[in-house]
Design a protein around this ligand. Structure first.
Ligand code: SF4
Length: 404
């Protein structure tokens, strides 16, 4: 396999706190509760980013650290845990760390164990904005769930799809697997805590999201399962490769070239618009590699693909497909501004800090964060994926018809 060369710079690892992953995970794991041990800052972040009102009774909360707590290194959360059980009846509670208690050296494993019961486990999830991009916190949640996946015997050869996608996209993956004759053990995460899939040496784990390398590595090491090495199922090219490579693990030979061609044909109006356009990735979701690969397949010129972190093994197929593209880890923003000034990209996918200033400078910039929320996976997600890029270009063309 060819290897794309990457450049490592000295910029920010990420711009958005890992606690935000709660926003999609509490909706995905429907009998869960997320308790964050944090400060008023964390509470404001969640309130503002997730737009939740008190009377909506969301299944997440912040246990607020006050000044008096700073004198004790091990807070007591037993009263909050009892209240959560009484009010929400969850099957599992995730206890998320945040910056301040990590600085205070709170021993989270012990804190979670002290309030955990066999009936309602309380699982520690490292998620602080100090260490993780906001998408990587899902990786921590899924790692915490691994011990609760039943063991599977070696002869149980089925696929487990790894990564949260919305229910409609999950149904699409189940139906497609059935159509191709691929047996499915389930999804990690499942919609309910007690429906976690069995995983063992015969399991093929098929990652749907590019930010889950820690869970994939732990599953390989602890359960002896096989991790599918393929493109992530984004776009017609990625989706075809994903299913063909997965089917091959089950000795099923499929040729999805007609399916891929039909998907490209359906989005031709959009690929015509993207062809030759210069696209610059300066975002921090860890979705950047497959998105850039898809745009390259659309005929766009990816001027630069910056991303916080690249895992040579987990991202191997994407790296091979991106050969020739400038790949940068932890990009230096000042250098990026120079490159943007020199190359004049038509569209910049950027992060929460830089999008508005870039728009203010007259560039077409789009917030990359939304790719973690959009239903863009598999055949069913192709239209949402391509239009997310072309809508930004078309909107700008309408606002600025003379291209000034
Ligand atoms: Fe901010 Fe840290 Fe709290 Fe995240 S965990 S909201 S980065 S203080």
């Amino acid at each position: 396999m060819h290897k794309a060369s990457t450049i490592r710079e000295d910029g920010l690892y990420h711009s958005f706190c890992g606690l935000v992953s709660v926003g999609w995970l509490y909706q995905k794991i429907k009998d869960s509760f997320f308790l964050i041990l944090g400060t008023h800052t964390c509470a404001h972040l969640l309130q503002n980013t997730l737009g939740v009102m008190i009377f909506a009774r969301p299944r997440f909360a912040v246990s607020l650290l006050e000044e008096s707590d700073l004198s004790s290194s091990q807070p007591d959360i037993s009263a909050q845990i009892e209240e959560i059980k009484r009010e929400h009846h969850p099957s599992v509670i995730f206890l998320l760390s945040s910056c301040t208690p990590e600085v205070m050296k709170v021993e989270f494993e012990g804190l979670a164990a002290s309030v955990s019961t066999p009936e309602v486990p309380v699982l520690f999830v490292p998620a602080s904005g100090l260490d993780y991009t906001f998408s990587q916190s899902e990786d921590s949640v899924l790692q915490a769930l691994i011990p609760f996946c039943p063991p599977a015997p070696p002869e149980d050869k089925r696929v487990v799809f790894l990564g949260s996608v919305n229910d409609a996209i999950a149904d699409d993956f189940s139906l497609e697997a059935a159509r191709l004759g691929i047996p499915v053990a389930g999804f990690l995460p499942a919609s309910h805590f007690h429906e976690l899939p069995p995983i063992g040496p015969g399991t093929i784990v098929a990652p749907l999201q590019p930010y889950l390398h820690k869970t994939a590595t732990q599953l390989r090491n602890e359960r002896g399962c096989t991790i599918l090495s393929s493109l992530f199922p984004l776009g017609p090219d990625g989706t075809r490769r994903f299913w063909e490579d997965l089917a091959a693990h089950f000795d099923i030979k499929v040729d999805l070239s007609d399916r891929e061609a039909a998907a490209w044909e359906r989005i031709k109006r959009h690929t015509d618009l993207l062809r030759g356009k210069k696209i610059f990735f300066a975002s921090d979701t860890l979705m950047e590699l497959p998105l850039a690969r898809f745009l390259k397949a659309c005929g766009a010129e990816v001027v630069e693909c910056s991303t916080p972190y690249i895992n040579r093994r987990f991202h191997a197929a994407e790296l091979a497909a991106l050969e020739g593209v400038r790949l940068v880890e932890q990009a230096n923003f000042h250098r990026q501004l120079q490159t943007i000034a020199e190359t004049k990209p038509d569209l910049i996918i950027s992060n929460i800090i830089t999008t508005n200033p870039l728009v203010g400078q007259g560039t077409v910039a789009k917030w990359g964060t939304e790719y973690c929320f959009l239903p863009i996976h598999g055949w069913a997600g192709v239209n949402a994926l391509v239009t997310s890029f072309t809508r930004a270009l078309e909107r700008h063309a309408k606002l600025d018809p003379l291209g000034s």
